[in-house]
Structures are given as structure tokens and as C-alpha cells.
Design a protein around this ligand. Structure first.
Ligand SMILES: [Zn+2]
Length: 422
């Protein structure tokens, strides 16, 4: 096969052992690889891995196919709408690429235990959720640290692709040896919200007018009991309101689609960005599996791609963070500038927005005491009154350490030391 020459011919950077006993083709066909996500990136990744010679692939995705996926998730057809993505993608690729075996799992990643993940040599993620990435990152780290197994068997390189419109990134995490997804969390800071005063008084962009309809006009007029972002009638109401508002300020550009996009916080998926990022993830998988040429990993580990303003890519080494709650060995608490006059409720809310935390359901303990717990319900009810109290009232001081937990990451505790606000 013409295709095999690249894999059977050593290059100047080839590691000796890659060519020692077996050739590359047999190496790659022995690798068991896990793909997480069978959506826009996942379709590309499954196709590329199969065509690169991987023979034993598993894919996890709990989603079913929606009609809106069909414009770019090319393994799906109209007759597949409503079926599981993982299942349809697996059987499509198996039909087209001879000799590949793809095992689909129509489940959530959280439904599997460490023993399941242990069977793979490599994990490739094509996800749109930061939470799922953080979960698999924490799981692969806890596996790498498990002491009763041979460490070389427990370290599963994680190749992660992500796209947002014309932008994307491909990165490789070698658990316990390189910077991890949690270290890099601030690369995915939640987008800054437009200040309410801009929306209320001086809109400059069509998005501001839509936000005005969404947060101000809707609340004032309550056209329907509750906003259903999937109901075309509700979106139409917001669209009409935004149009009127925009006409007042001479702002062009309001459309129904834009209204829907802003309200649902949708960034359009670009098929070719997915293709670029998936391709580079799969090349890294091929390189790691075979050792034919150096891959992203211990040195350079992060490739960013931007097509927003012409085209630009940059590859660099993202350093580990000494106080990373997942991969740091020292378990330092992170300094957290805090105003002790804020209520516990406000304090907990701030963990949603903080780029290094991004926790949606935080519970908190401090100085050996539980200050607020999300569950069980009895403990939640018992600790709820604390949400109204200020940190000072709860006897917290600067220099104290607090531990935040979140049900999305059951194995992690995020520790912070309260420091004075600059
Ligand atoms: Zn880390």
C-alpha cells in the first residue's frame, strides 16, 4: 500500500526502538485507542484514525443526532436523525474502511470506571464541553498516580482538540509529566459579559440590543410565563424587540439567526476548522503510537490555531502550575484575593466566573467546618442560612484556607487561601 511507506520509512528524528523488532504498521494496529465525542470533531477524528491504520477504536458519545448536525457531521444522514451518534458513526466508518473495528458506547464518560479507561493506550477528545474535558483529565491523572500498577502502563496520553468558530487548539497532555487541562483552564475563560449599563443605556452593537430584549424587555413585559430558548415564538418576540431597539440607535445587523445565537450563546461551528484541528490531533496520535517523529507532549504541548483574522498558528509549551488541583504534587492552596464583607452566597457565585475555577455547584468547607453543602438536601437546608451571612460573620479571616468541591469533579478538592484584595 502506497500509504504504508510513510510509516515504514525511518526519518531523521525516528526513535531507534520504533524500528527495532516490529514495523510501524504492526505497532499501530496493536494500539487500542479511545475517542471521546462523535460530533463535529469526532466524525473527523474517527475517519482519520481509521484511514491512518488504527484497527481497534472505541468511541463514547451519549448524544443523538439532530437535524442541525447534518451540515458538518458528515457520517450522519437524514435517516439517522434521532439515533445515537457513536453507533451511527462507528458503523459508517467500519463500512467504508476495511479491517477497522470501532466499538460505540452510547453513554456518558462518567458512566465508566478507571478499569475501563485502563484498557486504552491513547485517548483523543473531540468535545465541546470544558466540564467533560476536566473530568477525563482528572480521571487519567488519578489512574497515572495509582500505585499498585506499573506506572508505564498507567500513563495514558490525552490528545485534546477544541474549536470555536474559526479558532481552535490541539494539545497533548502526558498525565503527571506535562501541564494538564486543569493547569490550562484559564485558556478557556468564560466570555466576558457585556456590562448591564451598556445594554441598558448605550448599545453599540446588534448583540447589545438583543441582550437588552433578552434581559430587560422580557423581564418587564413577560410576554410568556418563562423563556423557552427553543421556542420560535419566544425568539421571534425577542427578535422584534431587538429590531425596534436597534432602529432607535441606528444599529444595523439584527437577524433572527443572530438573536437565536446570542440568546442561546451559540458560536457557529465551522466544518473546516474542525477538519484542521481533528487532523492535527490524529497526526499526534499517529506519532505517539509509533514514535516515527517527535510529537507534542513534554516540550511543546499546545498548538493554537486562529482563522479569525487571516490565519495564524502558534505552538508553545504550556507550563505546569505548581498549585494545580489535579497534577501538582505539593498540593498548595491557591491565593484568592477576597473581600471579607461579601456574603457566602456571592463568594460561591464568584467561582462560576473565575477563569481558574469555573465551578457551577460549589460546596465549601473552611477550618474543619462545613459552611455550605449542595447535597444531600438535609445538609443543604441546614447550611443554606449561611449564604446570607458575610465571610466576616462566618469568622473567616485573611490567611485562612477554604476547600471547594463540586459534584462535577468528585475526586477533586480546590483549595484556596484567602488574601486581602489589592
Ligand atoms: Zn495540572
Amino acid at each position: 500500500m502506497q500509504n504504508d511507506r510513510i510509516r515504514t520509512t525511518p526519518g531523521p528524528f525516528t526513535q531507534e526502538e520504533a524500528f527495532d523488532s516490529d514495523n510501524v504498521i504492526s505497532t499501530i494496529s496493536r494500539v487500542k485507542i479511545l475517542v471521546i465525542g462523535a460530533g463535529g470533531l469526532g466524525c473527523e477524528i474517527l475517519k482519520n484514525l481509521a484511514l491512518s491504520g488504527f484497527k481497534d477504536i472505541h468511541v463514547i458519545d451519549m448524544d443523538t443526532i439532530d437535524i442541525s448536525n447534518l451540515n458538518r457531521q458528515f457520517l450522519f444522514r437524514k435517516s439517522d436523525v434521532g439515533k445515537y451518534k457513536a453507533e451511527v458513526a462507528a458503523s459508517f466508518v467500519m463500512r467504508r474502511v476495511r479491517g477497522v473495528n470501532i466499538t460505540p458506547h452510547n453513554k456518558r464518560i462518567q458512566d465508566f470506571d478507571e478499569a475501563f479507561y485502563m484498557q486504552f493506550q491513547l485517548v483523543v477528545c473531540g468535545l465541546d464541553s470544558i466540564e467533560a474535558r476536566r473530568w477525563i483529565n482528572a480521571t487519567l491523572h488519578s489512574m497515572a498516580e495509582s500505585e499498585d500498577e506499573d506506572p508505564s502502563d498507567c500513563i495514558k496520553p490525552l490528545i485534546d482538540g477544541g474549536t470555536e468558530g474559526f479558532k481552535g487548539q490541539a494539545r497533548v497532555v502526558i498525565p503527571t509529566m506535562s501541564s494538564c487541562i486543569e493547569c490550562q483552564l484559564d485558556m478557556h475563560a468564560p466570555r466576558a459579559a457585556v456590562p448591564l449599563c451598556t445594554i441598558a443605556s448605550i448599545p453599540r452593537q446588534p448583540e447589545h440590543c438583543i441582550e437588552w430584549a433578552h434581559v430587560i424587555a422580557w423581564d418587564k413585559e413577560k410576554p410568556f410565563p418563562a423563556l423557552d430558548k427553543d421556542d420560535p415564538e419566544h425568539i421571534t418576540w425577542l427578535y422584534q424587540k431587538a429590531l425596534t431597539r436597534a432602529a432607535e440607535f441606528n444599529i444595523p445587523g439584527i437577524t433572527y439567526a443572530l438573536t437565536q445565537g446570542v440568546v442561546k450563546n451559540i458560536i457557529p461551528a465551522i466544518a473546516s476548522t474542525n477538519a484542521v484541528i481533528a487532523a492535527s490531533c490524529c497526526n499526534e496520535a499517529l506519532k505517539i503510537a509509533t514514535g516515527v517523529v517527535p510529537s507534542l507532549g513534554l516540550e511543546e504541548n499546545y498548538m493554537m490555531y486562529s482563522g479569525n483574522d487571516s490565519i495564524y498558528t502558534y505552538t508553545f509549551k504550556h507550563e505546569r502550575k505548581d498549585d494545580c488541583p489535579v497534577c501538582s504534587e505539593t498540593e498548595q492552596a491557591r491565593p484568592l484575593p477576597t473581600d471579607l464583607g461579601m456574603t457566602l452566597g456571592e463568594f460561591l457565585d464568584s467561582f462560576r466566573e473565575r477563569p481558574e475555577a469555573q465551578l457551577k455547584q460549589p460546596s465549601i468547607r473552611a477550618e474543619g467546618k462545613t459552611l455550605y453543602m449542595q447535597s444531600p438536601p438535609s445538609l443543604e437546608a441546614q447550611t443554606r442560612p449561611n449564604l446570607e451571612k458575610t465571610l466576616k460573620d462566618l469568622n473567616l479571616e485573611h490567611g485562612f484556607e477554604v476547600a471547594i468541591t463540586d459534584p462535577a469533579f468528585p475526586t477533586l478538592s480546590f483549595r484556596f487561601t484567602l488574601t486581602p484584595k489589592a
